[in-house]
Design a protein around this ligand. Sequence first.
Ligand code: SAM
Length: 194
Amino acid sequence: MRLPTVLQFAHSLLEQTVQTGDDAIDATVGNGHDTVFLASLVGKSGRVFGFDIQKTAIENTKKRLHAHGLIDRVTLFQTSHECVKKFVSPYTKKIKAAIFNLGYLPGGDKSIVTKPSSTLKAVKAIYAMLEEGGRIVLVVYPGHEGGREEKDELLAYARTIDQREAHVLKYEYINQVNDPPFVICIEKRMGEHR
Ligand code: SAM
């Protein structure tokens, strides 16, 4: 068996955290693979809130959720994830986990990509809503245009989070060519350790 790919590792981080009845966020729904994964983890009594700025992404995600019989536990918003607090707070104040799969929509318009400033705003807003022990998982793709800046800004932010507040990790293949993707995970620490 080989080492987990970045996507497998990202999913395992979510799987270890999210339980039936939890609320979770897919900050970049794209073609809906991560939304389906989160929706299966939260169960019938949980809720997933999904964001994407592209109509195609929202439609593709809806179709995938219908095909898996999971649409009833997901609320989708066609808007930027930087507005996450405004859209999610009427439903819940506590989020157990969130995933950001950054970059462009696979099979879609490659010029529409996530941007450092809105990504960071969204990460900070979700961190404020995160339950103790909750995780934000980011899959970062530095290879596309603007990807390097997004990577640098995210790492600069993640490295400065006080270690008494959160555990922060980077999972990366260090011998791959062409700016391989990597994972950042921010886990809010439990109260007694802070
Ligand atoms: N998680 C997806 C999946 O499982 O198929 C893949 C996501 S794809 C790599 C990145 C997505 O981020 C694109 O669909 C793009 O439209 C979306 N995106 C770009 N900027 C955004 C923003 N500010 N807010 C929310 N989504 C955004």
